[in-house]
Write a protein that binds this ligand. Structure first.
Ligand code: FES
Ligand SMILES: [Fe+2]
Length: 451
């Protein structure tokens, strides 16, 4: 593969904008890391092939660290969360010593799922609902009805199968196969990120789980680029960069975009004044005013710092403008996404629907900084949305963000349908703006090729 001239949108780059901020981040935070990865079409088979889905069950899901839950969902010993991915189902349980262990959610008697998918709660004993075999929170088999009929069962060695657990940033990860790499190696360089508000000092404020009408990869990929903003979210062009978004490939499993807010799209010709931009950001809520020479972006970031510090009790004075207000997205292969920013603090997880290659589940969380010295509040109930239920119907979700997520989801069914009708065998990607999709697919190809 020959190195090509790097394609870039003319006009101010993300670096130009962010490094001119009144409160810029360390240069290392936004250092560029782009590599040309090729320009060949990517096959559409990946989204519909049962053979590829089977290979993923064998070679992908058991060989990648999976973000299973947040620590604050398991505050006390004996608290549990059920996590499913593809055909796998796991029960994560907080132990008496504070550690977290994970057990396969399948009774050793006749395979009953011990706890339902998505369940969360607290129990000293896991009792199978079929015949009542009972396990401790350490996974050991404690008792079984009519033990006289099971003399052939070695009870001391009939506990639940266990899988590896590691934690970072308040996220709890499981590894379903053998010989896990250290989580920090797998997530490199994410665990070395120096964030002004670390991810483990945040907690869940909203969790929506939506069924999506598309393959899990198609769904992930819909969130990895800002190229679609011009057609899918045109109202966003007024106050957000899109074509000048920065894309970085940070490691084999990690990529990032930084999408600036408070600078309009390079697609729009007439430039707003800074006063007009501040009005667009503020939307008349705080009646913010500019001093001579100030930029709207800096004034709005300062406003957010003040308001959110009051709301959360967390000192945000050292948070750079980009980390305060921009859309900064880290993707961790294969299906976990987090935004370390403060005012756009989302987390995504995409999971295949084991019953259909054309469906997946999209978990969307919003996190908030945790008040210093306090424990995180109890996590909210998960809001489940069926295929036909929009994000706009989820209580507690910011209506503006719900509208944007519905725009993205509305694309997915038509995308799935259009790909089925396509005579062309694959998709044609931009070499810069869509490089994270190619990066993800190249990493996936390496996993699936490794028998
Ligand atoms: S399947 Fe669990 S007790 Fe029978
Ligand atoms: Fe979008």
């Amino acid at each position: 593969m020959t190195e090509k001239k790097i394609a870039r949108c003319p006009g101010p780059s993300t670096q130009d904008i962010v490094l001119a901020d009144a409160a810029p981040p360390p240069e290392t935070f936004i250092a560029e890391a782009y590599t040309y990865l090729g320009d060949e079409d990517l096959s559409y088979d990946a989204y519909s092939s049962e053979d590829i889905a089977r290979l993923e069950r064998e070679r992908l899901w058991p060989r990648t660290w999976q973000m299973a839950c947040r620590e604050e969902e398991l505050p006390e010993p004996r608290d549990y969360v059920v996590f499913d991915i593809a055909d796998e189902s796991v029960i994560l349980v907080r132990q008496e010593d504070g550690s977290i262990r994970a057990f396969i959610n399948s009774c050793v008697h006749r395979g009953m799922q011990l706890l339902p998918s998505g369940a969360r709660g607290r129990t000293a004993l896991l009792r199978c609902p079929f015949h009542g075999w009972t396990y401790g929170s350490d996974g050991a088999l404690k008792s079984l009805p009519c033990a006289w009929d099971f003399d052939h069962v070695d009870r001391a060695n009939s506990g639940l199968d266990e899988v590896s657990v590691e934690r970072w940033g308040g996220f709890v990860f499981v590894f379903l196969g053998r010989d896990p790499p250290p989580l920090a190696d797998f997530l490199d360089p994410v665990t070395a990120l120096d964030l002004p508000v670390p991810m483990d000092e945040r907690h869940i404020v909203t969790h929506v789980r939506k069924h999506l009408p598309a393959n899990w990869k198609l769904s992930v990929e819909a969130f990895l680029e800002a190229y679609h903003v011009i057609a899918t979210h045109p109202e966003g062009l007024q106050s957000a960069g899109d074509a000048n978004c920065q894309y970085d490939l940070l490691g084999p499993h990690v990529s990032r975009f930084i999408h600036t807010i408070g600078f309009q799209s390079p697609h729009l010709k007439s430039a707003p004044t800074e006063e007009e931009m501040l009005e667009r950001l503020d939307r008349g809520r705080a009646r913010l005013k500019l001093q001579p020479g100030e930029r709207a972006r800096d004034v709005f970031a300062a406003h957010l710092r003040t308001v959110m510090a009051e709301q959360t009790g967390v000192d945000l004075s050292a948070v750079s403008s980009t980390q305060m207000m921009d859309s900064i997205e880290y993707f961790c292969f294969p299906n976990f996404v987090f935004f370390p920013g403060i005012s756009l603090p989302m987390v995504y997880r995409f999971s295949p629907d084991p019953d259909s290659v054309h469906r997946c589940f999209f978990d969307l969380w919003f996190l908030a900084p945790t008040r210093p010295g306090e424990r995180p509040p109890p996590p909210p109930e998960t809001i489940d949305l069926a295929l036909d239920e929009p994000f706009a119907s989820a209580p507690g979700l910011d209506p503006k963000l719900a509208y944007i997520y519905d725009q993205d989801v509305d694309n997915l069914a038509r995308l799935t349908r259009g790909i089925r009708a396509s005579r062309k065998p694959g998709q044609t990607l931009g070499t810069y703006q869509e490089v994270r999709i190619r990066h993800m697919r190249q990493t996936l190809a390496a996993y699936l090729a490794d028998g």
